[in-house]
Write a protein that binds this ligand. Structure first.
Ligand SMILES: [Zn+2]
Length: 248
């Protein structure tokens, strides 16, 4: 086993884990924002219903005022009936009163419609208010749960970083430099297994002679195509699992 190669594999596994944790951490504020957006949409719908309710109440009040005004006009017209001199004038006032009564009746129908609307909206609003309270509570709970999850992820990340620092300290500075440069240039992957003579990351064949040398396991090799460090997983020492790294 080439100790430095084993360290490189460990370093890579930790790097992958770190990247996954960083991605998960970044998701938390997005998920919280999504939950808040959902809540705010519901609240906005409630506010628009509430505005409709206020409008219906206003319309109802103004129709009632119009009815009072029409009743006053009718009363004044009736008073004028006693003062008319001719039948023609009398007929005209009768006609006027009839029109005013019709107007009043239309307004009365209108107030009934608004009263129905006000009643049903008032019921809807009560239901929505209860739901908003429920949703607000749920939102706070979900936010808290996500924050706790985030704290766990953060401390996990810290742990991984400290393990990685120990592995880094064991790596030869030149190999570490090459590994970090490969990670930067090659999509975050600096080490690749080679199986059946094929680099499992770039999927190209390595020359048979190089594959034989790789299996001999005497020194560190690189893929001639993607230049990543390569290893043969047939050597058990290089088959490392994430959980094996916990005690490093
Ligand atoms: Zn390759």
């Amino acid at each position: 086993m080439v100790e430095q190669l084993k360290c490189l594999i460990q370093f890579q596994i930790l790097e992958d884990k770190k990247a996954r944790l960083i991605r998960s951490c970044a998701e938390t504020p997005l998920r919280i924002a999504e939950l808040m957006k959902e809540f705010e949409e519901f609240e906005a719908e409630y506010r628009s219903r509430k505005a409709e309710y206020e409008h219906a109440k206003k319309m109802h009040r103004s129709l009632e005022q119009e009815i009072v005004d029409l009743e006053n006009k009718i009363r004044r017209s009736k008073q004028r009936m006693g003062e008319v001199k001719t039948n023609k004038e009398y007929q005209a006032i009768l006609k006027e009163i009839e029109e005013l009564q019709k107007e009043k009746s239309r307004r009365e129908d209108g107030t009934l419609e608004f009263m129905d609307r006000i009643e049903s909206l008032s019921h809807e609003l009560k239901v929505a208010e209860a739901e908003i309270e429920q949703r607000r509570k749920k939102l706070e709970e979900d936010k808290r749960a996500l924050e706790i999850e985030k704290e766990k992820l953060d401390s996990r990340l810290e742990k991984i970083e400290s393990i990685q620092a120990r592995v880094r300290a064991r790596l030869d500075p030149e190999i570490l430099r090459r590994s970090e440069s490969l990670m930067k240039k090659q999509a975050g992957i600096a080490v690749a297994p080679v199986e059946n003579g094929v680099c499992k990351v770039c999927h190209l064949n390595i020359p048979p002679q190089k594959f034989i040398e790789l299996q001999r396991d005497e020194k560190i090799h690189q893929c001639p195509h993607c230049h990543r460090f390569i290893y043969w997983p047939g050597h058990e020492a290089y088959c490392i699992h994430e959980e094996d790294l916990e005690d490093l």
